[in-house]
Design a binder for this molecule. Structure first.
Ligand SMILES: [Zn+2]
Length: 390
């Protein structure tokens, strides 16, 4: 298979579970690679047997993250295994205007993740490569973005080109494959602020706050802007700097809420991930229906989480993983473990969607690299789903 870089790659899919059509998801139903529940169960059994055969506990016995300052708000990070091998590595470099971020993760099943982001003035690029433990490529994402002038930008994702125009105003156009989509971003801005508890206030949005929200969309790649337009009805400024952002479906109005402290597209794409995950046509506020409710995904996560709970004893690693594992579900206000898990599944879906698509060189939260290291099978399920969505 020839990829967008013209390289001849041998794509090997080592993990093939896909979301079945039980969620009535039209996107999932389109896939031509349906895996039967039995096949998926076999994969899980194979995984369990492999885990039992090899003494893998050592890969969970990792050091506390070692942070060193790079520049601005960017800090390098290293995590070593018990033999001193790098298992998580994040390195930032600055050369004039050119900023580079390199992320490497060696996962507990021997697979690896490499991501390089380069931001150079008006140009951004990203390469993400997943390899199995034999070193064969199992997935690759390429993104480039260039701001051509104050009105125009061009982005390419895995060989697909998107032209974006109208960037100096509130109405922008994304052109892809001969089709133009005109998006009135100004119309999507809620005129008043909301509290962190999702309550309305009488405070009017300021011009600066409005510009901030508009720019957080305008700086994205064309496919992400189209996805945003498809998934979001209203953008809301939060009346706080305490939290970063939220996605809420308020009685059918799909709201994307951001605080002014959010600068990076990782947070933006994480919240967009929550929006994508929610199946709008089903359920209501009390009974959310999400892609991540998928039983095979939940089962795979459960195995990975149990291995992690039994084998990792380092509190500095356990703490960031709680974003996805939800062992503190009572503290978080859930009535049961099962209820908490639904949101844990959603958080992993959102974080992986953010990681796959973000291309800003900015500070990294080590919960991302921990998730990649200890949850390689369930994160791959989300990656495969993302390949259908973008
Ligand atoms: Zn979230």
């Amino acid at each position: 298979m020839i990829n967008s870089l013209g390289e001849n790659n041998n794509f090997v899919q080592y993990c093939k579970p896909v979301f079945t059509s039980q969620t009535q998801n039209t996107v999932a139903a389109k896939t031509n690679e349906q895996t039967s529940p039995r096949e998926t169960t076999n994969l899980i059994m194979q995984y369990l047997e492999n885990q039992a055969r090899n003494n893998v506990s050592s890969t969970y016995n990792v050091s506390t993250p070692i942070w060193t300052h790079a520049f601005g708000n960017c800090d390098n990070m290293k995590v070593l295994d018990s033999s001193g091998n790098l298992v998580q590595n994040v390195e930032f470099k600055k050369d004039g205007d050119k900023l580079t971020e390199e992320i490497f993760v060696k996962c507990v099943n021997g697979s690896t993740v490499n991501k390089t982001i380069v931001n150079d003035g008006n140009k951004k690029s990203m390469t993400l490569t997943f390899k199995n433990k034999k070193g064969e490529i199992t997935g690759r994402e390429n993104r480039t973005y260039e701001k051509l002038d104050k009105d125009n930008a061009i982005s390419v994702h895995n060989g697909k080109t998107y032209k974006i125009s109208g960037l100096s105003g509130d109405i922008i156009t994304v052109e892809y494959n001969g089709q133009k989509k005109v998006i009135d971003l100004g119309k999507k801005i809620q005129p008043t602020l909301d509290t962190i508890e999702n309550k309305p206030t009488n405070k009017q949005i300021s011009q600066t706050q409005k510009e901030f929200l508009l720019n957080s969309v305008k700086k994205l790649s064309g496919d992400l802007i189209l996805k945003f337009d498809e998934e979001i009805d209203q953008m809301v400024m939060l009346d706080t700097d305490e939290y970063e952002g939220f996605y809420r479906n308020d009685n059918g109005v799909r709201k994307f809420k951001l605080s002014q402290k959010v600068r990076d597209d990782m947070t933006f794409c994480h919240e967009l991930g929550h929006a994508i995950n929610r199946i709008d046509s089903e359920g209501d506020n009390e009974n959310k229906v999400r892609i991540s409710d998928n039983k095979d995904y939940a089962k795979t996560r459960e195995i990975e989480m149990n291995n992690f709970r039994n084998r990792c004893k380092n509190d500095d690693i356990i703490k960031p993983m709680n974003k996805f594992i939800y062992d503190d579900f009572i503290k978080k206000g859930y009535m049961s473990y099962e209820e908490g898990q639904k949101d844990g599944q959603d958080e992993e879906f959102a974080e992986m969607t953010g990681f796959i698509n973000c291309m800003d060189v900015d500070w990294i939260n080590n919960r991302v690299t921990c998730m990649l290291q200890f949850m390689p099978y369930s994160t791959q399920i989300i990656y495969k789903k993302n390949q259908e969505l973008f």
